[in-house]
Structure formats: structure tokens, C-alpha cells
Design a protein around this ligand. Structure first.
Ligand code: SF4
Length: 366
């Protein structure tokens, strides 16, 4: 008798993880995209839970406070907040990732004034020494704000321990993401695992990632290789269209995944270490990365993982991506790679014409 297929990974939901954390007295921070020092919150026993929408929501309650050109992630997040979806959160963290999130931060602080404390985080657009120093100072200021809010002051040892746990989880995240070719996971399950890093405590993520790494694949990842780029792969039906067309995502440069495979830190100073890791991630338009760097990275991903096409999933009105994609496509097509740009709205199902365009791309690759 042949070996039976491994049982699917048992990934808890955000709601379950939040309930468990609250039950044992912890607090929760709802965090908007993209970059933030996860370990800083863990040192205060605050569980960071990321808010990428959530997808598939009616955004009307958020729309009333935002310009019509705000992206659907920001509109959905505000609608979710207004509908009580973030009531379990004690804090709202709003990194200044882009104009849309900067606008959301102002709307929350000046107009909506939610029950939760709103914590903005300014990010440098420079990955060098100046950017590191700026971000370390920002993280230190956030630390002091959390001391004020929680009445606790974690010592250096607690900060270091939280950073060590986070670095271990990030190392496993990178192993799963880069070693996906050999794993017994289809794209839906793979991305459910990768994205569980958005809300699982690091120890729980490490357990799941270790389970996934033990299961060697038996053809789950066979197919035409494509690389995906953009902020987030939503709606998830995109992955189903790829699977139906015989394609697999061999690598990604997504804001929610591939751009956050942060390397280990080096500094002994916890704040500098948290900052140096964030600025050392792969080139990201929201952190001032250049077209040249991103084109080189995408070419390398295609070459290393055997892809002939890049699919850019651009959230409608996402300025950081829209400035880059035409130039990136031209640079990649000039090197013989196929590129497809699809516009998505996380609050809407995948439009039929987008499905058709993905199918047409896949047919042309076979
Ligand atoms: S999708 Fe783009 S515009 Fe929207 S929050 Fe993310 S970076 Fe900002």
C-alpha cells in the first residue's frame, strides 16, 4: 500500500489566536502593513496581528472618511474598525508605509478617534546608516510609548529574548519560502502558512513551519513556474486560477511575504538590531528601493527558481507599486521574461477578465 498524503497543516485562525492570547492576560495590537518591529511588541506581551484588509468586506463605512482614491486595504481596515472588527485590539499600529496609510493615521488620530491608542511609526526611505539610526530612534520612541501605555518596562534581557524568538521564526519563514520546491504544499496551503506569520506568536509559527519542512513533496509543486510580485496576493482565487492552469508560484516579491524575509541582526543594542533587520529586507518601493534593485531581484528569482513570467498583483490605487510596475515590466521584458499586471481590489472577488488574462498568460508559457 502507498504512503497516505500528509494531513493538512492545522493553522489556527486569527480569532482563535487572539482569544488564546487574551485568555492568558496578554494584549493585542492590530498592525497595518508593512514593516514594524514585531519583537518589540512581544517583549510587552502584546500580540501583533496584521490587518491586510481584511478581504471580502463591504467598505462603505470606511469610504465615508477617505478619498475615493484610497486603496482597498485602507478602506477595508477602516470599515472593519468601524464595524467593531478590531474591538479585541488594545492598540492600532499605523506604519507610514505610503500616503494612504499616512492619511489613515491622520483620520484615526484627528477624526475617528477610536477607543484604542493609535501608534504611528515613521519609516526611513534610506537603507543605509542614516536610515538605520532614524528607525532605531523611532523604535525607541515607540518603546517609551508602550511603557506609558502598559505600565511595564521590559529590560534588555527581555527585549533580546523576544528578538531571538522572532529571528528564529523569520529564519524558518525564509526556509519555507525559499525551500518551497521540495515541500508537500500546494500554493493555497503554502501561502496560508507563510501568512500565518502575520498573527501567530513566533513559537507557534516555528512549530508549524518545522512540520511543513519535514514533509517532502510528491509532486504538489510540479507545474509551470511563475513569480508573483505586489503588496499582497488577494483575492486568493488568483492562486486557484494558477493551479487550474498548471502553474505554481516558485518565488514571490510580495510586501506581505518575500519582502519580509529579514536577515538576522548583528547589533548588541536591541533597538538598533530591530531597525537594522527591517531596513535590510529586500528592495521595497515603500522603503525607497530602486527600480534597478527590484528588477535585478525579480530577474534573479526567475533564474534561481525556474520561472519565465512575473505576475504583478497591484492593489488598485497603490501608488508605491504603480510608480514601479511599468518600468519593472519594461526592464524584465527586455530580458526575455513575460510580465502580466493585474489590478486587484481586496474587497471584491477576482473579476472574470483578470482570470482570463492569467489563463492566457499561462497558455502562452506552455
Ligand atoms: S496597498 Fe499600497 S496604497 Fe494600499 S496600504 Fe499597501 S502600500 Fe499603501
Amino acid at each position: 500500500m502507498g504512503e497516505s498524503a500528509p494531513a493538512p497543516l492545522s493553522i489556527p485562525t486569527r480569532k482563535q489566536v487572539i482569544a488564546q492570547h487574551k485568555l492568558r492576560g496578554g494584549r493585542v495590537a492590530a498592525v497595518l502593513p508593512v514593516h514594524y518591529p514585531r519583537a518589540l511588541f512581544a517583549a510587552f506581551d502584546i500580540l501583533p496581528v496584521e490587518v491586510w484588509g481584511p478581504p471580502g468586506r463591504d467598505t462603505a463605512e470606511g469610504d465615508a472618511h477617505l478619498p475615493a482614491y484610497a486603496c482597498s486595504i485602507v478602506r477595508s481596515a477602516l470599515a472593519f474598525l468601524a464595524a467593531g472588527g478590531l474591538d479585541a485590539a488594545d492598540y492600532l499600529v499605523v506604519p507610514h508605509t505610503c500616503d494612504a496609510l499616512q492619511g489613515l493615521g491622520s483620520v484615526l488620530l484627528d477624526f475617528v478617534r477610536p477607543a484604542q491608542a493609535v501608534l504611528p511609526l515613521y519609516l526611513p526611505r534610506d537603507g543605509g546608516e542614516k536610515g538605520r539610526a532614524f528607525l532605531a530612534a523611532e523604535i525607541r520612541a515607540l518603546f517609551e510609548r508602550l511603557v506609558e501605555l502598559t505600565g511595564r518596562r521590559p529590560g534588555e534581557a527581555e527585549l533580546r529574548a523576544a528578538i531571538a524568538r522572532d529571528e528564529q521564526a523569520d529564519a524558518l519563514l525564509a526556509r519555507v519560502s525559499r525551500g518551497r520546491a521540495g515541500l508537500a504544499l500546494g500554493d493555497r496551503e503554502l501561502y496560508a502558512l507563510l501568512r500565518s506569520r502575520e498573527f501567530l506568536p513566533p513559537e507557534q509559527f516555528c512549530e508549524l513551519a518545522a512540520q511543513a519542512l519535514e514533509r517532502r513533496g510528491r509532486g504538489e509543486r510540479a507545474g509551470t513556474g511563475v513569480v508573483i510580485s505586489g503588496m499582497v496576493v488577494e483575492p486568493l482565487a488568483i492562486l486557484d486560477v494558477l493551479a487550474r492552469g498548471g502553474a505554481v508560484v516558485v518565488a514571490d516579491d510580495l510586501g506581505c511575504c518575500g519582502r519580509r524575509l529579514y536577515p538576522l541582526g548583528h547589533s548588541d543594542d536591541p533597538f538598533t538590531r530591530l531597525a537594522e533587520r527591517l531596513v535590510a529586507g529586500s528592495p521595497d518601493p515603500t522603503r525607497g528601493g530602486s527600480v534597478r534593485e527590484r528588477a535585478a531581484l525579480l530577474r534573479a528569482l526567475c533564474a534561481d527558481f525556474g520561472a519565465r513570467a512575473v505576475i504583478f498583483t497591484v492593489v488598485k490605487f497603490c501608488e508605491p507599486e504603480l510608480f514601479f510596475v511599468p518600468l519593472l515590466s519594461r526592464a524584465l521584458e527586455g530580458r526575455g521574461l513575460r510580465c502580466l499586471t493585474i489590478e486587484t481590489d481586496v474587497s471584491q472577488p477576482l473579476p472574470a477578465q483578470v482570470t482570463t488574462r492569467i489563463e492566457a498568460l499561462l497558455e502562452s508559457l506552455t
